[in-house]
Write a protein that binds this ligand. Structure first.
Ligand code: ARG
Length: 596
């Protein structure tokens, strides 16, 4: 198996330290803080000096560094070393090794990214609610969850994405009672009828989007109205056939709508399960938890104490899990626990990742703890991956001018419009056919939105700014698309001129720095996966695009005075860069147009 230049250097330095009687891990090599001096450095000499001092021996880190540098020199691997400061070893890799590695990457359709031991992973993301329009609050879960799903798949895992719809709470009761007010004659409300319901839904998505807030507002000021919604919820949950039939309509109308909304973002799910789909598992689950002795009756409600240090007065610690309210209703905790049973039965995953707003952190702590107490899962199998909010320029959660949550469809439209405007302003692709212009604007808008989201550390909030996101300069999605498209155009021109890519040779520093940027792909992919941090991959693709641009400035490819073998070599560099850029962007859920 092929090994990155950095890992080859690490092996050589580890051996050198071990030969001098030091722990080999002192030989760890990393990317340099001063790439202008040398691309890599090893800082183990300081640790080695400390190691000797502890044993009562005198030691000078610069002397140790000199010995190590001496030991590693003389191979193809290292062109030169230099000792800096108190004992840093700066390392310049040998050109032949760099070229060899470049040719290995070129032959590898994974661009150097190795596969890992496969696990079965469920990613719970999306989390949209039935009967409610998608809004800006659903953006991050969809974008981050999709990227993590693709990243984990790329690593070699078996990944199942589940949207986990919210479809089992009071909102369903609101909708049912509101529908009864509007159309009392519908068969669903006749308790004597128990089957043979119409296959067409009595409501559209727009109806539901209007009815739910109306009912909820009425219920806030009208106790009797609230009671009716609660009763409808309880009857639905205890299986009243007409209400179940209505719920099925609500769910299928919503799924059709949601598939379109998520589809616009390029987000897809393997499972469209939800809270309602695990309801049949709840009675047995509760019995099993009772039998385990972990439940408790608390003023008529059924709870699980998950934190012995919980103090409600001092608001300290984690409140108990609520399995059943005193009115007998099941709650968000209950459905999430039943979902864990369902996933165990159907999938038996090694790991479940929940990509859900950080404001639900306590909820997941409670659920995970209860699942652990029940003996179903180990703590390391369940992870909540929270994220921060999308803010407006006022620093508050992004809203419309009227103060409503912005609809996701309006937000994606804003991005497409901003992209279109930008393309006109910069005169990009304005002479292309209309359809193609639309397609490019779509890709630029989505790349802008997704990259702006994913490049942040997950937990930080960020400010929505369509203008800044769609800029072609700076660390943006459009910059990356432009970089990729530029390479595509170089490859097209080469093909027209009959220049074929060939064996890579290293003739210039700019080629070395490009290869070393390419060679960091596996590290970025594995680190991003281990830390569940797409921003690490964003950083990588951005650096790669910058490295290519430096390379292309210093190393012309198709100019007439470039020798044929160097043309072929540099063309391979271009192709390799494009392959890796597209792989990386594809993991981030970003697709590249053919030209711009
Ligand atoms: N529907 C929930 C909400 O809107 C999010 C669901 C997240 N996933 C989960 N398994 N709880 O807040």
């Amino acid at each position: 198996m092929s090994v990155s230049v950095l890992n080859q250097l690490t092996s050589a330095f580890e051996k050198a330290f071990a030969d001098l009687g030091f722990p080999p891990e002192f030989g760890s090599v990393r990317e340099s803080d001063r790439p202008d001096l040398a691309p890599f450095q090893c800082n183990g000499a300081m640790a080695a000096a400390g190691f000797l001092k502890k044993q009562g021996e005198k030691a000078n880190p610069r002397d140790i560094a000199a010995k190590i540098a001496e030991a590693v020199s003389g191979s193809d691997l290292i062109a030169g070393t230099e000792i800096a400061g108190p004992g840093f070893i700066n390392i310049i890799p040998g050109e032949s090794i760099v070229a060899k590695r470049a040719n290995e990457l070129r032959a590898d359709d994974r661009s150097g990214a190795v596969l890992t031991a496969p696990k079965t992973i469920v990613i719970d993301y999306g989390g949209a609610n039935v009967a409610k329009p998608m809004h800006v609050g659903h953006l991050r879960s969809a974008v981050i969850g999709e990227a993590l799903k693709r990243l984990m798949r790329f690593r070699g895992h078996k990944v199942i994405g589940d949207v986990h719809l919210g479809d089992w709470g009071l909102q369903m009761g609101h909708l049912i009672s509101e529908l009864e007010d509007e159309q009392p004659g519908l068969v669903y409300f006749d308790a004597k009828i128990t089957d043979g319901y119409p296959s067409d839904s009595p409501v559209t998505m727009d109806d539901m989007a209007r009815m739910y807030p109306a009912a909820s507002a009425k219920a806030k000021s009208d106790e009797a109205r609230m009671k009716r919604s609660q009763t409808a919820t309880a009857e639905l949950q205890s299986g009243r056939p007409g209400y179940r039939a209505l719920l099925d309509h609500f769910i299928s109308v919503s799924i059709a709508y949601l598939k379109k909304g998520y589809g616009d973002l390029g987000v897809t799910f393997d499972l469209w399960k939800g809270e309602a789909s695990v309801d049949p598992l709840i009675p047995d689950m509760i019995e099993a938890m009772k039998a385990k002795g972990i439940t408790e009756d608390s003023d008529g409600a059924l709870i699980i104490r998950v934190d012995e240090n919980y103090d409600s007065e001092k608001r300290k610690g984690l409140p108990p899990v609520m399995l059943k309210s005193s009115a007998g209703a099941v709650l968000y905790h209950t459905t999430d626990l039943a979902t864990l049973i369902d996933r165990k039965n159907e999938i038996d995953p090694d790991l479940i990742l929940y990509v859900v707003d950080q404001r639900q952190a306590a909820h997941f702590k409670q659920v995970f703890k209860a699942a652990e107490m029940a003996g179903w899962y180990d703590p390391e199998q369940l992870e909540h991956l929270g994220f921060g909010t999308v803010n407006g320029k006022d620093g508050k959660p992004f809203k419309t001018r009227d103060g409503d949550a912005l609809r996701l469809s309006d937000l994606t439209k804003m991005m497409r419009d901003a992209a279109k405007e930008r393309l006109v302003k910069q005169d990009i692709g304005q002479d292309y056919p209309r359809d193609e212009q639309e397609d490019i604007a779509d890709k630029v808008g989505m790349a802008a939105l997704k990259f702006a989201d994913l490049q942040n550390q997950r937990l930080t909030d960020y400010t929505f700014d369509a203008e800044r996101f769609t800029a072609f300069e700076g660390k943006t999605g459009p910059y990356l698309l432009y970089a990729a498209v530029r390479i595509k155009s170089i490859l097209r021109r080469a093909a027209e001129k009959g220049v074929q890519p060939g064996t890579i040779m290293v003739t210039d520093k700019a080629e070395t720095q490009l290869l070393l940027a390419l060679d960091a792909f596996d590290r970025a992919v594995s680190l991003a996966a281990d830390k569940r941090a797409p921003h690490i991959l964003c950083e990588h693709v951005f650096r790669l695009a910058q490295s290519f641009s430096r390379f292309y400035t210093d190393c012309p490819i198709l100019k007439d005075d470039v020798p044929e073998d160097i043309k072929a070599s540099r063309l391979s560099f271009a192709q390799l860069t494009l392959t890796q850029l597209e792989l990386g962007l594809d993991i981030l859920g970003i697709s590249v147009p053919e030209r711009m």
